[in-house]
Design a protein around this ligand. Structure first.
Ligand SMILES: Nc1ncnc2c1ncn2[C@@H]1O[C@H](COP(=O)(O)OP(=O)(O)OP(=O)(O)O)[C@@H](O)[C@H]1O
Length: 329
């Protein structure tokens, strides 16, 4: 469905070159559900914009739904759906009519467009404002309308750029449900970008981790976690010196463990943490180091990102949204 080779995009800003996407090789097969995961500015949207023909690559090639994005952008566009970050919907029409017009623009007949619009209004929970004009909707309501607009012609390949941004947890769950249904009922191939770790983890079968315009990992969430991040055991003590002694003890018995000591808290990363935790606690007990609390956590995709880059995606996402709020204010 998608095959890129050395896909590259540069921007020139005030005589400086920004290398937004650097030599991306990506292959997405029919029916796959792939998440592009990465921090703000990693190059996810630029990649999507090239694949959907909104932006010309600086170098490299991309074939989408059997057509070259540069040589045959029209054919690409008619085969795909795209739900962007901005809102594609106009302002003066009612929600229901907007959806209907979008269906007609994709060549659906009036009856089919109306039926499909009604279906999406129901499944994306748009009923309460289906007869209001678009300009009167809140940000979250517009987001849901954008999503319905992208789904109207039931495309075989759907791109979603940060689909859940601006949605409350309830609507995020509705969207996830809708995405799953599209897969199950129509075998729709989907590529979405996100910096919600949980979304990538729960929804995608394959996660492509992007950082500074390059793919740094590409696999199922489970395999990424087992390859790049061990379980995390957090041990808390009453005194800093106990934590330091515990670290020596841990390193003595857990081969390959990575430890992080902060005051009276010791974090230990290792494979098979759940099985090793009782052994660790027994060893600490034997060496008379009293443990105040212990917690074992399975790795997350954030641990994967942290291991690959030394940075936390969660923190970067938080900083990014703060920046956005400052700009908005
Ligand atoms: N039109 C543009 N002009 C100049 N620079 C751009 C343009 N679009 C993107 N960039 C830059 O390219 C880089 C990649 O941006 P991109 O929007 O693709 O990242 P992203 O991973 O989608 O981030 P986010 O999660 O914040 O949407 C960033 O440094 C960004 O500032």
């Amino acid at each position: 469905m998608i095959r890129t080779s050395g896909l590259t995009r540069h921007f020139t800003v005030k005589k400086q070159t920004v290398e937004a996407v650097r030599g991306l090789d990506l292959h997405v097969g029919k029916g796959e559900l792939v998440a592009l995961l990465g921090p703000n500015g990693a190059g996810k949207s630029t990649t999507l914009r090239m694949l959907t023909t909104l932006l010309r690559p600086t170098a490299g090639t991309a074939e989408v739904a059997g057509h070259d994005v540069t040589a045959d952008p029209r054919a690409v566009r008619s085969a795909i759906g795209y739900i962007g970050q901005g809102n594609g919907a106009g302002h003066s029409q009612r929600v229901r009519d907007e959806l209907h017009s979008q269906g007609r623009a994709y060549g659906m007949n009036a009856a089919a467009a109306r039926t499909r619009a009604a279906e999406l209004i129901g499944s994306l929970d748009l009923e309460a404002f289906a007869d209001r004009v678009v300009s009167s909707l809140s940000g979250g309501q517009r987001r849901r309308l954008d999503i319905a607009m992208g789904l109207i012609h039931a495309p075989e390949l759907l791109f979603l750029d940060e689909p859940s941004t601006g949605l409350d947890p309830q609507n995020r769950a509705n969207l996830a449900e809708h995405v799953r249904r599209l897969r199950a009922e129509h075998g729709t191939t989907m590529v979405l970008t996100t910096h919600y770790l949980e979304e990538a983890d729960q929804l995608a079968e394959r996660v492509v981790v992007i950082d500074h315009g390059r793919v740094i990992a590409d696999d199922t969430p489970e395999r990424l976690k087992s390859a790049y991040a061990g379980d995390r055991i957090t041990l808390r003590f009453d005194h800093d010196r106990d934590a330091a002694r515990a670290r020596t003890c841990v390193l003595g018995i857990a081969d390959g463990a990575v430890t992080d000591l902060t005051g009276a808290t010791l974090q230990v990363r290792l494979d098979g943490g759940a099985e090793l935790a009782p052994k660790l606690l027994r060893a600490l007990d034997d060496t008379l180091v009293p443990v105040a609390a212990v917690e074992v956590a399975r790795p997350t995709l954030d641990d994967v990102f942290l291991n690959l880059t030394g940075r936390s995606l969660r923190e970067e996402a938080a900083t990014g949204s703060e920046q956005k709020l400052e700009i908005a204010a």
